[in-house]
Design a protein around this ligand. Structure first.
Ligand SMILES: CCCCCCCCCC/C=C\CC(=O)SCCNC(=O)CCNC(=O)[C@H](O)C(C)(C)COP(=O)(O)OP(=O)(O)OC[C@H]1O[C@@H](n2cnc3c(N)ncnc32)[C@H](O)[C@@H]1OP(=O)(O)O
Length: 303
């Protein structure tokens, strides 16, 4: 019952994002801890905390969906809305995307959204995933991922759609597209994003093997731009941001668009077919069984 109403709420918000602004803390500002002036006020929603700094034009956006920031329909919706809000506010030129959950940046798709669900729900969920990728990949803002935890699959998609990635140097914080190990297949637009980042041969290998790279290897293959001690992730992300913001916005934005538009257009042209492929694939009995088994394994691993 509660779940159904949550889903209806998120669906409404995807169609009419402003609907979500009512009755939540989104759009309302409150003083940040230790902050005083306007530049230190924060806003957000239940699952996305935004700490804007108007003086620098940079906002820190924190994923806050414990325990592992799995990409539920609600989280996807709230991320899109928060990003849109910052894009529409000309005060902001850059966003640092990071996690508010210890040890995990983002665990990827929320498997409970696609296990034992009906096709209509899976379709709605996948459209929300496409929407987040399109919004982040083509964002006019500079997006820097401050990766302060594990970053598999859908988490890696979010990081890859940013302009720059800083990863904390902890061997447990692995990053990559491990879909094949779950018995599922990365869609073409995810594969394209991988290829655009690390090249064809490295992607071919990493995608087939479902590789999750520890920090040094992620740096070597070009999946991340910097690996730094954990307590320096935020400051390094800010330094990277300053480097990107030193470039005039219009020139950088047009160049970003020139580099990324063809990849995004490919999905835009086939969005419905991509959704249908996803739904018919994940709703197969054999795929449902392997996803269930994977979830079970995750649950038993605990303790
Ligand atoms: C041709 C046709 C085209 C077909 C198209 C196919 C579509 C493919 C789509 C591809 C795109 C993206 C794919 C994905 O993102 S799938 C998700 C992949 N994610 C993972 O494999 C990560 C799994 N999680 C972990 O490895 C670990 O949890 C962690 C992130 C490293 C954190 O470890 P931890 O020790 O800190 O936490 P842990 O105890 O494992 O977990 C805590 C609880 O959270 C639950 N949980 C973890 N991950 C997920 C998840 N992704 N979804 C839902 N729930 C998750 C876990 O079960 C624990 O729950 P509980 O407390 O025991 O109840």
């Amino acid at each position: 019952m509660a779940l159904a109403s949550g889903v209806r709420f998120a669906a409404r918000a995807l169609l009419r994002p402003w609907a979500l602004l009512r009755g939540t803390t989104l759009g309302r500002t409150e003083p940040a801890a230790g902050g005083g002036g306007d530049g230190a006020r924060r806003f957000g929603s239940q699952r996305v905390l935004v700490e804007p700094d108007a003086a620098s034009g940079v906002a820190v956006m924190k994923l806050r969906n414990p325990p592992v920031n799995a990409l539920s329909l609600e989280l996807l919706t709230e991320l899109v809305i928060s990003l849109e809000k910052l894009e529409n506010d000309k005060t902001f030129r850059g966003v640092i995307l990071t996690s508010d959950c210890p040890r995990v940046f983002c665990a990827g798709l929320d498997l409970t959204e696609i296990c034992g669900r009906n096709p209509a729900h899976c379709a709605e969920y996948w459209k929300a995933m496409q929407e987040l990728w399109l919004r982040t990949y083509l964002s006019s803002l500079v997006l820097v991922a401050a990766i302060n935890g594990a970053c598999p699959a859908g988490g890696c998609i979010i990081a890859l759609s940013c302009d720059c990635r800083v990863l904390a140097d902890n061997p447990k914080y692995r990053i990559g597209l491990n879909e094949t190990l779950l018995g599922i297949i990365a869609p073409f637009w995810l594969k394209d994003t991988y290829v655009n980042t690390i090249g064809h041969r490295a992607s071919e290998q990493a995608l087939q093997l479902g590789s999750l790279f520890p920090p040094a290897e992620a740096l070597q293959v070009g999946l991340v731009d910097q690996v730094v001690p954990e307590d320096q992730v935020q400051s390094t992300a800010l330094s990277e941001m300053a480097r990107w913001l030193a470039v005039p916005d219009h020139a950088r934005q047009l160049t970003k668009n020139m580099m990324r538009k063809a990849t995004a257009d490919r999905l835009l042209r086939q969005r419905d077919a991509d959704t249908q492929n996803f739904v018919s694939f994940v709703c197969r009995d054999s795929i449902q069984k392997s996803l269930q088994a994977y979830l079970e394994k995750l649950r038993q691993r605990k303790g």
